[in-house]
Ligand binder design. Structure first.
Ligand code: GDP
Ligand code: MG
Length: 328
């Protein structure tokens, strides 16, 4: 099928070829993708563009594109997603991880207890979500691998001590330190223009709400930051809110779980596949096995918004808790 590219596309392509640096190359590629006619004949080209954009973005973020290599750290992903727990010293990050994951990480009254990262698996329904308890954000002392790990996580949970009257300093300093390391916590899609910055979907935790001044501090926070951020209030004493927080984190990860079913068998309900929301049947087939996408003849779905056992096409968009039977 002919691609029938338009003049806008060709002009962006010219700019791509003539670009002086990665930043310009990135902008041109983004524009090429935005203006390319969206039909079957350009599907491959669109996929190539997306690959180029994502590779370039990675390179720019890890600094690979600028001469000497900078070290980049990440933690091996396990479970449905990776959550960075960040915040100032003593905010209760380790305690929160303990409460959510039911493990015992080191908690202490003095700052800087958590010197190395500590992943812990938080059970949520039939999934496990990986919490990464990190050393505190601090101007005085922060190891250089910490920002690198934060960037590699899927979402960021910023924990603040609402029992402490220095709350406004805590948030200002946290934002400043993150920003200094090119991490932004606002989910501002427009801002996504700058490929050197990592934008993370995030949640701000108003922690230690059991302490006397916490409610007043919360009002002060909202006065200053209410139009930018919303808060999730909790404390180690509030079991109900901790349970709800698990759901909140799951929602923020924006993933769906899919149960696979072999023809003639019961679905495998104990070990769902987890994919980003928006992925299709074809993506699912590929996740199950790299050859499946190619060999897929048809599939059926149970649950979701279809009737049970309905046949679905390759571009079917997956919904959470779908049971899918692949026919090869
Ligand atoms: N009152 C109260 N104290 C808490 C809460 N969570 C943590 N703490 C205390 O705050 C201190 C720091 O906790 P920790 O989890 O080590 O903080 P981190 O430095 O952010 O990891 C410890 O003394 C904890 O007992 C809470 O919800 N309420
Ligand atoms: Mg800690």
């Amino acid at each position: 099928m002919p691609a029938n590219l338009n003049a806008q596309y060709y002009s962006a392509e010219e700019r791509y070829k003539g670009a002086k640096d990665d930043r310009e190359r990135f902008k041109a590629l983004k524009e090429m993708l935005a203006v390319i006619p969206k039909h079957k004949g350009t599907e491959k080209l669109q996929a190539d563009l997306k690959k180029k954009i994502s590779r370039l973005k990675d390179e720019m973020q890890t600094g690979k594109s600028k001469g000497p290599k900078r070290l980049s750290y990440s933690i091996e992903k396990e479970g449905a997603g990776q959550v960075a727990l960040v915040g100032p010293p003593n905010a209760g990050k380790s305690m929160l991880a303990n409460c959510l994951a039911g493990v015992s990480l080191e908690v202490a009254e003095y700052a800087f207890t958590t010197r190395i990262f500590q992943p812990a698996m938080m059970p949520y329904e039939d999934m496990q979500i990986q919490l990464v308890d990190l050393p505190p954000l601090s101007n005085e002392y922060m190891e250089n691998w910490v920002p690198s790990i934060i960037k590699s996580c899927d979402i960021l949970v910023l924990v603040l001590d609402f029992g402490n009257d220095d709350l406004l300093e805590q948030i200002e300093l946290s934002l400043e330190i993150l920003s200094h390391h090119k991490i932004e916590i606002e989910d501002n899609k427009k801002a996504e223009e700058d490929p050197r910055i990592t934008y993370l979907d995030s949640l701000i935790i108003a922690n230690k709400m059991d302490l006397p001044h916490a409610q007043d501090n919360s009002s002060v926070f909202m006065e200053f930051y209410g139009d930018r951020f919303s808060l999730y209030h909790t404390s180690r004493e509030d079991q109900a809110s901790l349970e709800q927080l698990k759901r909140k984190i799951f929602e923020l990860l924006d993933v769906v779980r899919i149960y696979s079913k072999r023809p003639g068998h019961d679905p495998e309900m104990d070990n769902p596949y987890v994919l980003p929301r928006g992925k299709t049947l074809l993506d699912f087939a590929q996740t199950v096995h790299k050859d499946f996408a190619q060999n897929l003849k048809f599939a059926k779905v149970w649950g979701s918004n279809k009737f049970d056992g309905q046949r679905i096409t390759k571009d079917y968009v997956l919904t959470d808790k779908d049971v899918i039977e692949l026919h090869l």
